[in-house]
Design a protein around this ligand. Structure first.
Ligand code: IPE
Ligand code: IPE
Ligand code: MG
Length: 257
C-alpha cells in the first residue's frame, strides 16, 4: 500500500511550525544493476550512473541542512559479485575520490569512511585516508561513506576492541554498557540515523547500521538509485515528517488538545 502522508504535515512533531530536518540521514543506494538491465545495458553502466546520483544526494543534503549523510556504497558481502563488477565499483570509488574530493573540500564537506580497512585493495587505502585527512576540519555536511561495511562485521570488531580492554584489566566486564559499545563502533563520532532510506523497492537492511538503526525511521522508495535526486530526498523527508517517533514511550497529549 502506498504510504499516506498525514493531513497535518507537522503531525508527530508536537505541532511546531517548523518540522525539524532529520539531522542524520543514511541511504542504502540500491538498484544500479536493475536500472542498467532495464535499459539493456551491462550492470556496470548502472554503477557509473549511480555516481551522478551520489553527487546529487550530497549537494541536496547540504542544501536541506542535513548534518550527517551516510551512504552505503559497498557491503562486506558485495565481494561475492562477479570480479568485473567488483573491479568497476572499485574503479568508480577511486575516480570519485580523485575527481570530487577537491570540490567536496571547497564546499566544507567532511568525509569519513566506515567499514573494515584490512581487506581492501592496497591502492584504495591511501585514497580513503587522504579524503579523511584533507577534510578533517570541515564543518558543513559530514559525508560518511560505508565501504566494505557490514554491520555484523563492525559489531565483531567493536567486541574485539572491548574484549581486549577487559583482558588487559583496563575495563571490568560488568562495566561494558551501551555507550561503550556505541563508542567502539565505526560510527562513534556521530549520532544514530534519524532516517534510513532505501531505494529500489527492497525492504531490508542488508547488514547496514543494525545497532544504530534501533530507533531510525525507515523510508523505502521505489525509485532506482541512478534516478535519485533532491525531489526524492525531499519526498523521503516529507514521509519522515508524517511519522511519530515514540522511542518506546507514549505520546503526551498537549494541554487543551
Ligand atoms: C547498489 O545497486 C550498488 C551496490 C550494491 C554496490 P545494485 O548493484 O545492488 O543493484 P541491483 O539491486 O542489483 O539492481
Ligand atoms: C546493499 O545492497 C548494499 C549496498 C547498497 C551497498 P545489496 O544489493 O547488496 O543488498 P541485497 O543483496 O539486495 O540484500
Ligand atoms: Mg542491490
Amino acid at each position: 500500500m502506498a504510504e499516506q502522508l498525514a493531513s497535518d504535515p507537522f503531525h508527530g512533531f508536537g505541532g511546531s511550525s517548523q518540522p525539524p530536518v532529520p539531522e542524520n540521514v543514511a541511504i542504502i543506494m540500491d538498484g544500479n544493476g536493475r536500472w542498467a538491465q532495464s535499459r539493456g545495458l551491462p550492470r556496470t553502466q548502472g554503477h557509473r550512473k549511480g555516481v551522478e546520483a551520489v553527487r546529487a544526494a550530497v549537494r541536496a543534503a547540504g542544501e536541506l541542512g542535513i548534518k550527517t549523510l551516510t551512504l552505503f556504497s559497498f557491503s562486506s558481502e558485495n565481494w561475492s559479485r562477479p570480479a568485473e563488477e567488483v573491479n568497476e565499483i572499485m574503479g568508480l570509488l577511486k575516480i570519485f575520490i580523485r575527481r570530487d574530493l577537491a570540490d567536496l573540500h571547497k564546499e566544507g564537506v567532511r568525509v569519513s569512511i566506515i567499514g573494515a580497512r584490512d581487506n581492501i585493495p592496497e591502492d584504495i587505502k591511501p585514497l580513503l585516508e587522504e579524503a579523511e585527512n584533507l577534510t578533517r576540519n570541515n564543518t558543513s555536511t559530514r559525508l560518511v561513506i560505508a565501504f566494505n561495511y557490514g554491520s555484523r562485521d563492525e559489531i565483531v570488531r567493536a567486541t574485539q576492541k572491548i574484549a581486549a580492554r577487559v583482558a588487559s584489566g583496563e575495563v571490568r566486564a560488568q562495566d561494558v554498557d551501551q555507550d561503550m559499545i556505541s563508542a567502539s563502533l565505526d560510527t562513534a563520532e556521530w549520532a544514530d540515523p534519524d532516517l534510513i532510506i532505501r531505494t529500489s523497492g527492497e525492504q531490508r537492511l542488508s547488514n547496514f547500521l543494525m545497532w544504530q538503526a534501533a530507533y531510525s525511521e525507515f523510508v523505502f522508495l521505489d525509485c532506482l538509485w541512478p534516478d535519485f535526486d533532491k525531489a526524492e530526498l525531499q519526498n523521503a523527508i516529507d514521509i519522515y515528517h508524517s511519522r511519530d517517533r515514540r522511542y518506546g514511550g507514549v505520546k503526551v497529549a498537549k494541554a487543551g488538545a
